[in-house]
Design a protein around this ligand. Sequence first.
Ligand SMILES: Nc1nc2c(ncn2[C@@H]2O[C@H](COP(=O)(O)OP(=O)(O)OP(=O)(O)O)[C@@H](O)[C@H]2O)c(=O)[nH]1
Ligand SMILES: [Mg+2]
Length: 287
Amino acid sequence: MTAAPVRPAARGRAPRRPPLADADESVRMSAVDPVQVSLVIPAYNEALRLRGTLDAVEAWARERSSAVEVVVVDDGSDDATADLADAWAEGARARGRVRPVVLREPHRGKGSAVARGVLRAQGAVRVFMDADLAVPMACVEQIVDEISRGIDVAIGSRELPRSRRQDEAWIRHVMGRVFNWVVSRTAVDGFRDTQCGLKAFASDAAEDIFSRVALYPANGRVVRGSRVTAFDVEVLAIARRRSWQTSEIPVEWRHVPLSKVRPLADSFSMVRDVLRVRWNLSTGIYD
Ligand SMILES: Nc1nc2c(ncn2[C@@H]2O[C@H](COP(=O)(O)OP(=O)(O)OP(=O)(O)O)[C@@H](O)[C@H]2O)c(=O)[nH]1
Ligand SMILES: [Mg+2]
């Protein structure tokens, strides 16, 4: 038996967060504005996909009056991803619509890059999203609103009745469904889609959860090749174990070419990750 979930620091329900301010084109960020929303984008060999995403993010931020921080986490890309991110950051700083941060890390894979970015971020709402913009900014807006309404952890889902999926190979969908079944039977139940690359956290939940990850921590070991992994499963298992309030929201998702996923090889290592999460839950290391 594992210990009953205990809400962190006995804080009770998280206080309702004030809604973020309305759009106001005239507002420019100053260096001292408190960051409201942090968007963390893990990026590995994304020279072809990243710039369009950063431009879309900046355009989205321009429509908001609240301060938006964009944290790009490159972990040793072989291509020009980091330089491209730096060049964008320089321009973005001058334009003053977002606060750009580019982290250059040793290559530890997506899970570690996300943990590093989320823990480094300063926003009251911390989102991580994929560099391929598989989910449009309108869904990012919705997931931010969910946290602003007082939810601690909101996750994008491609499996709810109002979700939309475009251009996905049927075999990937079937594999995803089998994986979700395995996850629900072994590590964390009650989520229809643990693997969507869009998730958002209130800052206190983010710090509590990401400081506890054990599989792919921010300072984990260096790896070879692209590593998408099942780090999301651990994040959600910790959120549950720590009694953070979670919600799943429908997203519009489209398959974007140049995926880093190797469906067969990654499936094996992802199931291994899930079993490790199960073991960690039973030993109480997340309590
Ligand atoms: N920093 C870092 N990011 C990674 C790594 N591997 C993947 N990513 C990022 O993770 C995000 C998702 O990668 P994708 O290749 O789109 O994989 P996916 O969305 O899980 O799978 P698809 O459904 O095939 O698109 C992208 O932003 C990648 O750059 C890695 O090793 N390090
Ligand atoms: Mg993708």
